[in-house]
Design a protein around this ligand. Structure first.
Ligand code: A2P
Length: 306
């Protein structure tokens, strides 16, 4: 799996297809998608154009997508994955992930009240995982994994699973470096992909809090970038890759799409890595509070096991 991929969360319809084309023509070979981004059909159109024009073949690409929370029953996984494949115009995914350790009723995309949820006691993650294993054995996904899983949830899953997850995709950046989770994943041969590596400043106001710290404007990141003659975004992306993680910055801007890919060539020194490690402040941009609304069977403590 190429370490640097194009993120597509928040990439609007009408923009995402062009962004994928720009990215693949510039050299990206890894695209991170999800059903709930509601833009997979447009991405599929772009992939088809790229293959038709001969820029890439299917086997050159690494395409990830994710199972949404309202299809967690074992028998629903295959249908959800087939829908994503139809939208993307593909006959297999390289990687399919359980998007969140949270289950919703089938007719709910985003919860508004307690009744919209299904508790994990009623629909356990190991049941969803069996559906993921079924999909892998059908050849619909070459690799399977999870997203937003804590050490405890990964550990529980490993105990009961026929095959262990190969990936955990989580929020990770210098303000939230995920030391313990990363160490656990390494020990168990699970790869880690860092999402929101630039702080996802284009989130909707509903999931932003006042006074959030800025990664891109952080003075330490800025100083390292100036010394290296690169940009703050490139420092943030190279920091994740130097640690051995994959990283999926989102952009729909042609210049920034290229800038982010060029982060693979930035050389951070051990001293730079050390300075960046001092920025840890235990801060999540995506704290998961959407899953812990009043009446929900989920709590933030139970979600993150912290
Ligand atoms: P845009 O899509 O206009 O480029 P994340 O990957 O953490 O979710 O962050 C995505 C946000 O960061 C988007 O607002 C995106 O805007 C912006 N962005 C992406 N690449 C860069 C960059 N190289 N420099 C500054 N902002 C960037």
């Amino acid at each position: 799996m190429p370490a640097l991929g194009l993120g597509t969360w928040k990439s609007a319809k009408g923009e995402v297809g062009q962004a994928v084309k720009e990215a693949v023509r510039a050299g990206y070979r890894h695209i991170d998608c999800a059903y709930i981004y509601l833009n997979e059909a447009e991405i599929g159109g772009a992939l088809r154009d790229l293959m038709d024009e001969g820029t890439v073949k299917r086997e050159d690409l690494w395409i990830t997508s994710k199972l949404w929370n309202n299809r967690h029953a074992r028998g629903q996984v295959e249908g959800a994955l087939r829908q994503t494949l139809a939208d993307l115009g593909l006959d297999y995914l390289d990687l399919y992930l359980i998007h969140w350790p949270v289950a919703l009723r089938e007719d709910v995309l985003y919860p508004e009240k307690g009744d919209d949820f299904v508790a994990l006691e009623d629909l356990p993650l190991h049941e969803t995982w069996k559906g993921m294993e079924d999909a892998a054995s059908l050849g619909l996904a070459r690799h399977i994994g999870v997203s937003n899983f804590s050490v405890k949830k990964l550990d529980n899953l490993i105990q009961s699973a026929r095959t262990a997850p190969e990936m955990n995709q989580v929020e990770c950046h210098p303000f939230f470096p995920q030391h313990d989770l990363f160490a656990f994943c390494r020990k168990h041969g699970i790869h880690l992909t860092a999402y929101s590596p630039l702080g996802s400043q284009d989130r909707s106001a509903a999931i932003k809090r006042p006074g959030e710290p800025s990664l891109l404007q952080n003075p330490v990141i800025g100083e390292i970038a100036r010394n290296l003659g690169c940009t703050p975004a490139q420092v943030l992306l190279q920091w994740a890759m130097r640690r051995g993680m994959a990283v999926i910055p989102k952009s729909v801007n042609p210049g920034r799409i290229r800038e982010n890919l060029a982060a693979t060539e930035v050389g951070l020194s051990d001293a730079d890595m050390e300075k960046i490690s001092d920025l840890d402040r235990g801060f999540r941009y995506l704290d998961g509070s959407i899953w812990a609304l009043p009446g929900s069977p989920y709590t933030l403590q139970g979600l993150w096991d912290e």
